[in-house]
Write a protein of this length. Sequence first.
Length: 251
Amino acid sequence: MSESKLAGQFFDAAIGLLERVRDEEGPRINEAGTVIAEAVASGNRLFAFGAGHSSLPAQDVVYRAGGLALMNFLAVPGTAGVDVMPATLGSALERVDGLAGAVLDSSPASAGDVLVIISLSGRNALPVEMAMNARAIGMKVIGVTSVAYATGTKSRHVSGTFLKDHCDIVLDSKIAVGDAELSLDGIDAPFAPASTVVTSAIMQAVMAAAAGELVARGVEPPLLRSGNVDGGHEWNGRVMQEYGDRIFFRH
């Protein structure tokens, strides 16, 4: 099989997953958008969290052109990128009990705020405890995960539960256990993960739904423009000044 056929197969797999998510998760995506819009309109704050590669879709909605200026990244040191040395440390930290509570306690998050938690497997202590602690302080929790892991794997949290068990809304990415879409004779391991493509699309769909819901409520969505277009910096400066008390990535 040629390399071009494999590349095409990956695109087909990713497109198929995106279509499934669009068709099967649409109502819940719209519901998540409504929850975010309600928080914006009522003066609350927005946060997104993910560890390891699940941090990428969370970071993708923070401080970006076309995105909501109020979305803040809730960082857990050592888990938010592959620049951690050694890289395996980030995976180890995802299994540490109590870390999520310590991070939330030192963050500006409070009751009425919204936290989007992204975890492909949803089985490690960090995302499970992040959801549990967030709900305990009165936050709304939106979980973006692969529900398949809850039946195909065992939880690593002492409760035996998964991220999906502690969310107000669950958005299922439909990713199969193992996160690899392709296989080939002569290659022992499956390859070509699609979770980042699909999960990032889910996040942007939720943001789009939130923007539409805000307009329906008569509220101008606090969106950022590209700094590479004329007037972008001025626009963003106005938005950040107006909503400065709810934007934490500037400090």
